[in-house]
Ligand binder design. Structure first.
Ligand SMILES: Nc1ncnc2c1ncn2[C@@H]1O[C@H](COP(=O)(O)OP(=O)(O)OP(=O)(O)O)[C@@H](O)[C@H]1O
Length: 249
């Protein structure tokens, strides 16, 4: 069996007595692209916040591979290899794509590390792999601030990979993208599959069909269902949970 990259065990948090996430469990195997689905208010964002350490869990555990990362500080969770990609990218806009990726791939972070002019062979390999996965080979000498919205999002994914993220949380990665950019993002995510593990919150079912290994559905803070795209689309409990929310499309 494939190793578990992300294990969530009975996780929960309450806000003023309201259980936004309630004894939620799931296991994402290494290399999978798991989509997290749920109607508005189901608790998806709160679950992501709990996993990455932004919100403290009041019950349950989170494991990154075999490391217990429950309620660690956010920077320690990131250093352990779990990254969260936010909508607003944190690329260095005044530097080139190459410079951005070189900084991310340099193991010795901080001023001294970034002042080094040469990369180790291992760092160079990582740089080459990231450039290939993200597909920015033709844009290496462009200034990051001049990239399109889609290109900026892809560069940011490259930065997370360069920094050594093994598990990446994505919140609506195609928000604001054109159809062409959305399709390119799907292809990028498929290239990441196998080497990286992704947990993706996404409503656009056309995109979900392109990327998902499996889907987990949340409802009212709790686990509702898990399965392949076809199984979830046919699941009556899932359809009922979406009633009044425009249905699952
Ligand atoms: N800090 C908070 N304080 C109080 N209630 C909160 C807080 N954060 C989230 N909630 C509540 O928890 C529930 C789950 O919210 P959450 O944002 O996680 O849902 P979601 O599935 O991400 O929804 P959407 O798809 O609309 O983004 C909602 O009822 C929300 O109002």
């Amino acid at each position: 069996m494939t190793e578990a990259a992300l294990t969530i065990d009975g996780l929960g948090v309450s806000f003023a007595g309201f259980k936004a996430v309630d004894t939620f469990s799931m296991v994402v195997p290494q290399g999978d692209v798991r989509v997290l689905l749920g109607a508005n208010g189901a608790g998806k964002t709160t679950l992501m916040d709990l996993i990455c350490g932004k919100t403290r869990a009041s019950e349950g555990k989170v494991f990154l591979f075999d490391q217990d990362i429950t309620n660690l500080q956010e920077y320690r969770i990131a250093r352990a290899g779990l990254a969260r990609k936010f909508q607003i990218p944190s690329v260095f806009r005044e530097l080139t794509v190459r410079e951005n990726l070189t900084i991310a791939c340099t193991a010795m972070h901080g001023v001294m590390g970034n002042m080094r002019l040469t990369s180790t062979a291992q760092e160079q390999d990582r740089f080459d792999q990231v450039v290939e996965t993200v597909g920015v080979g033709a844009s290496l000498d462009r200034i990051a601030g001049a990239l399109s919205h889609g290109e900026t999002q892809w560069l940011e994914l490259g930065l997370l990979m360069g920094q050594g993220a093994r598990v990446i949380l994505l919140d609506e990665p195609t928000a604001g993208m054109t159809h062409a950019e959305t399709m390119k993002t799907a292809a990028l995510i498929r290239r990441m599959q196998g080497t990286h593990t992704l947990l993706v919150v996404e409503h656009d079912m056309a995109f979900v069909r392109e990327i998902a290994t499996r889907i987990t559905v949340m409802h009212l803070g709790r686990f509702l269902a898990e399965g392949t795209v076809a199984q979830i689309e046919q699941n009556q409990q899932v359809r009922d949970a979406y009633l009044g929310n425009g249905g699952i499309r």
